[in-house]
Write a protein that binds this ligand. Structure first.
Ligand SMILES: [Zn+2]
Length: 288
């Protein structure tokens, strides 16, 4: 005989099913939606500023920039590094008008990270070079867009720039600097490779190296993947502290070196490995 479920048990089961929280949906990042949101919100801000005549009313950084105390900064563990650090990793972009249509266009995207609750954004110097007519802004992973109000620091050699936005009294989630980092240590890069927004990759610190010529900065090599668009994004340790910042890549080829190659066909040179070169913690610590 098949045992019958008591009625109260069945009702209980229905209630349970009805109220049980659904398995957390995948966090889907819709790249095109984010790009459109950025263009729409930034163009509305720029048009509003033009109307009110405050377009160039830059709020300066009279006191420059120093990393604030780490109190209140995001602290993570390897398991939740993405969810916890996501709110402090931003998109840095620009909009412009082409002069041939009435639309606003975006002029490319890179990354950055929030370094103070008052809205200091650290990114690469090469990210913030802008042409006249362009308007620079940042967007958070929640879709909040802020125009850049001022540039507080900029250094071409170390490829560091610090921007200021106005969070209108809100205290923003921010990342802190790590104490130190060594080759072999686990790291994560949370960045936007090729417009794939908020993409995490992991690896280790490979080594610290210096460019060939005198006066060249030290770079931190990492094995975590990133690509064009990742510039300015943080390299994080397992506690969510910043140990470096994405800057550039260097591809290793087989075949004759480029300077000895002369007119030889480029097909004789094939790529073997892409070395990732990041701004090291020591360069960021000069702003401490
Ligand atoms: Zn146009």
């Amino acid at each position: 005989m098949v045992p019958r479920l008591p009625v109260c048990w069945v009702i209980g089961a229905i209630c349970f099913v009805g109220t049980f929280p659904q398995a957390e949906a995948d966090r889907v990042v819709d790249d095109a939606d984010f790009v459109n949101l950025f263009i729409n919100k930034m163009s509305a801000i720029v048009s509003q500023d033009n109307l009110s005549g405050s377009s160039d009313a830059h709020h300066g950084c009279p006191e420059g920039f120093r990393f604030p105390s780490a109190e209140g900064a995001i602290r993570s563990s390897k398991l939740d590094i993405y969810e916890l650090c996501l709110p402090a990793v931003v998109l840095v972009g620009r909009i412009y008008q082409c002069g041939e249509c009435s639309k606003w266009h975006h002029g490319g995207f890179a990354g950055g990270w929030i370094a103070s609750p008052e809205g200091h954004i650290v990114t690469n110097e090469h990210v913030v070079e802008k042409k006249s007519g362009e308007h620079l802004g940042i967007m958070t992973s929640e879709g909040n867009v802020y125009p850049v109000k001022a540039q507080c620091f900029s250094d071409k050699i170390s490829d560091i720039a610090v921007l200021k936005i106005d969070p209108a009294g809100e205290r923003l989630p921010f990342l802190r600097l790590a104490e130190n980092v060594k080759p072999g240590e686990d790291i994560s890069v949370l960045s936007h490779p090729g417009g794939r927004l908020w993409y995490i990759s992991q690896g280790i610190v490979s080594r610290f190296s210096r460019g060939g010529e005198e006066g060249q900065p030290v770079w931190m090599n990492v094995t975590a993947d990133y690509a064009v668009g990742s510039s300015g994004c943080p390299v994080l340790d397992d506690s969510g502290a910043v140990v470096g910042m994405v800057s550039r890549t260097s591809t290793i080829y087989t075949g004759p070196a480029e300077d000895k190659c002369g007119s030889c066909s480029s097909s004789k040179r094939s790529p073997q490995m892409v070395v990732k070169e990041c701004v090291p913690l020591s360069a960021l610590k000069r702003l401490e």
